[in-house]
Structures are given as structure tokens and as C-alpha cells.
Design a binder for this molecule. Structure first.
Ligand SMILES: Cc1ncc(COP(=O)(O)O)c(C=O)c1O
Length: 392
């Protein structure tokens, strides 16, 4: 008996599959280039340096960046967020953030509060996950140095009104950090329109790169205020044991994950050709199909906004009486349908949604290669679970 097709619906964690061109790019780098960045005068090393420049440029175009904005490569979105948060904050600073945030924002801020004398205000969201810009305004103080907001929730998928928040901040000196882990590649993210100072993202999620690369987009004037968290070799100014001031070297010590960045370059080209608007629409159709299908199944509670509100292709839900982890394991074992269960590194958001005590929720998240028949298969399997008196 042949095993069922793998139906991967955990693209919010990392995207899979990648476009064929991404696999080819990584293989090409590994087999024929294999050189480090910024550390050689031979042909392949120069090729790497050029490819890195091209990739930064393509990434900057994706977010409508300016020529003098920087694109820093990091190992992950978590590392990019830590660089912005710890690089910026000083004792006595105040930070405004939200209950929607991932632990990649909340934990560095908790650390800064406990170890560095930083004060943090958490702004609430409504029951769908939306944050009210006026609530951000009310939380601001003269000492507010940073406002950090997730562009889209990795639990409910709701997209925050970052442009309206950016407008509010235009009259305040606080720096604005957007966690775009769930929007880059899925939803338009515009540095200029949002007036963001820093945008952190993951290469391996919506940008379709392999695991191992994150990005921090930074405005030139904001980047001048950042202290590098890692010091070391950059391949430049080697006569000095002082960290160089040049960009991006100041923030990119140590060898970069060039194979992943090579793949990122191909992922960005794939997105340029497909168009973010087109992909967002495809995800929106799948989201409507899934949300409406789940709502029609008795004992299923769908979290978050309605399907026609601003949201990315992330849908969380619970089945009354079932532990999400058990359902996820059962879905994989019986149907090869792969969802993420639990708290999604966002305990405060689950607390807000009232799902903490039940162990969180099940989450399905789409990538560019998901099709309506994936949703059909998931709905059929969930209906089977929900109808069973006990675990099937
Ligand atoms: C909203 C959000 N921020 C940050 C991260 C961390 O991303 P990474 O896995 O690249 O560190 C995630 C990962 O799921 C996320 O969903």
C-alpha cells in the first residue's frame, strides 16, 4: 500500500517545499563556488561578494527600501530581532510592544528588563489579535526608545496596521521595529509607508531560502545608534583589532551562511516573478476555504479574524475536547498532514485568546505550493476527528 502524499501546512515555521530554483542555486554554490564572503581575491570569492550585493539589493527592493538603507544578514529572524533590541536599548529606556509578539521579541525584552534596567509596556490586542494604534500612542512616554510590533501574528495571522502606528511615531523620537517574520514574501511590507527604522525577517519562511539566514533592514540614521552584539573577523581592516565602522561589516562578523544566502537570492527572484500580490491572493483563497470549512464542523473553534480581514495564510483552531498535540500527531500518522500544535512560541497571545490552559491550538499555514486539495484533505481529516467520540 502506498503511503499518502505529504501535506505540509507548517510554512509559518519554515517554508517547504522551496522553488526548484532554490535547490539548484544551493547545489550550484556547494558544488562549484564554495568560497567565503569578503575574504579572498580569487574569482569565486569575488563572485560571492557580488552575489551578496545583488541579494541585498533584491531584498531591499522587496521592502521598497532606499539606497542608503542597510540589509544585514543574520542567522535567523530571532538574531535580527536581538540585534535591533539589544543593540539599541540602554538602561533607563522604555519600550512599547504588544501581547501579540513572538518570544523572539518578548524574551529579549524580558532579559533587557531584568538585566539592563529597561522598562517594557505591553499593549493589548482585541480578541481577533488586532492592536489599536491609539493604544500604542497612549503607551508612549518621553523615555520610549523603541516600539516593537509583529507585522502579522504567527497565531491568528492578523496583519497589524503598521502604517498607522508609523504615522503616530513620526511625532515621537522612538525607533520603530517591525517583526516581519510572517509577512515578508506573503504580504506587502513597505519600509517607506510604515516609516519603520528596523524590519526583521526570516529568509527561510516566506522568502523561501533554506534555514540559516535572517535579515535586518535598517534605516541609515537608526543603524548609527546600534551597537554590534558580535565582534570579530570581517575580512576588512584586519590591521586593527577594533570592530570596523563600515557597513555591513560592523554587524556581520564571522562567516555568513553563504549557501543559504545563495538560496535566498533564488527565492527573491521567484517572488519577484510570481508577485507578492498574487501570492497573497492565493493564500487568501486558501484561508477563506479553510476558515469557512472549519466553521462548518461542529466542536471546532477558529481563532482570530474573519477570512476577509487583513490576514496572512495562518489559521489556528481548536477541537473541543482534544489536545492539539495529540491531534497534530494523529493527523501526521494517519494522513501525513503536518500542522503545528501548541503555543507557537507566543504564550501571551494564547493567554489573550483564552487558549493557554488547553495547550494552545492547531495551526495551519500556507506556502506558495499549497493547493485547494490540501485544504480539502485537512478539512476531511478534521471532520473525522471532530465526529469521533474518542480518538479515532
Ligand atoms: C512572528 C515571529 N517572529 C519571529 C520568529 C523567529 O523566526 P526565526 O525562526 O527565523 O528565528 C518567528 C518564527 O516563527 C515568528 O513567527
Amino acid at each position: 500500500m502506498s503511503s499518502p502524499r505529504r501535506i505540509y501546512l507548517d510554512n509559518a515555521a519554515t517554508s517547504w517545499p522551496k522553488p526548484e530554483s532554490v535547490y539548484q542555486a544551493v547545489e550550484h554554490f556547494q558544488r562549484t563556488i564554495g568560497a567565503p564572503a569578503g575574504r579572498g581575491a580569487y574569482a569565486e570569492a569575488i563572485q560571492v561578494a557580488r552575489q551578496l550585493d545583488r541579494t541585498r539589493q533584491a531584498a531591499l527592493e522587496l521592502v521598497n527600501g532606499r539606497r542608503d538603507d542597510s540589509v544585514l544578514f543574520t542567522p535567523s529572524c530571532t538574531a535580527a530581532l536581538n540585534l535591533a533590541i539589544h543593540g539599541l536599548l540602554r538602561p533607563g529606556d522604555h519600550v512599547v510592544t504588544t501581547v501579540v509578539e513572538h518570544n523572539s521579541v518578548l524574551r529579549p525584552l524580558r532579559f533587557a528588563a531584568e538585566q539592563r534596567g529597561v522598562e517594557v509596556t505591553l499593549v493589548d490586542c482585541d480578541e481577533r489579535g488586532f492592536v489599536e494604534p491609539a493604544a500604542v500612542r497612549r503607551a508612549l512616554r518621553p523615555a520610549t526608545r523603541l516600539v516593537a510590533v509583529a507585522h502579522a501574528s504567527n497565531v491568528t495571522g492578523c496583519v497589524q496596521p503598521v502604517e498607522a502606528i508609523g504615522d503616530i511615531l513620526s511625532a515621537h523620537p522612538a525607533r520603530f521595529l517591525i517583526d516581519a517574520a510572517q509577512t515578508l514574501g506573503h504580504w506587502p511590507c513597505d519600509l517607506a509607508a510604515s516609516r519603520a527604522d528596523f524590519v526583521a525577517g526570516a529568509g527561510h519562511k516566506g522568502l523561501l531560502a533554506p534555514l540559516g539566514v535572517g535579515l535586518l533592514f535598517a534605516r541609515a540614521e537608526a543603524l548609527r545608534e546600534l551597537t554590534p552584539l558580535v565582534q570579530g573577523g570581517t575580512g576588512s581592516h584586519s590591521e586593527s583589532d577594533r570592530q570596523p565602522d563600515d557597513l555591513p561589516d560592523r554587524f556581520e562578523s564571522g562567516n555568513l551562511d553563504v549557501p543559504a544566502i545563495w538560496g535566498l537570492s533564488a527565492g527573491l527572484e521567484f517572488l519577484r516573478q510570481r508577485g507578492i500580490a498574487d501570492l497573497a491572493q492565493q493564500a487568501a483563497h486558501l484561508t477563506v476555504q479553510l476558515v469557512e470549512g472549519l466553521r462548518a464542523i461542529p466542536r471546532v473553534r477558529v481563532l482570530g479574524p474573519s477570512a476577509d480581514e487583513p490576514r496572512v495564510g495562518v489559521v489556528s483552531f481548536q477541537i473541543e475536547g482534544y489536545d492539539p498535540q495529540e491531534v497534530a500527531a494523529g493527523l501526521d500518522a494517519a494522513h501525513r498532514i503536518q500542522l503545528r500544535a501548541g503555543l507557537h512560541c507566543a504564550g501571551r497571545m494564547h493567554e489573550r485568546l483564552g487558549t493557554l490552559a488547553a495547550g494552545g491550538a492547531l495551526r495551519a499555514s500556507f506556502g506558495p505550493f499549497n493547493q485547494p486539495n490540501d485544504v480539502d484533505a485537512l478539512l476531511a481529516a478534521i471532520a473525522e476527528f471532530a465526529a469521533a467520540e474518542s480518538f479515532p
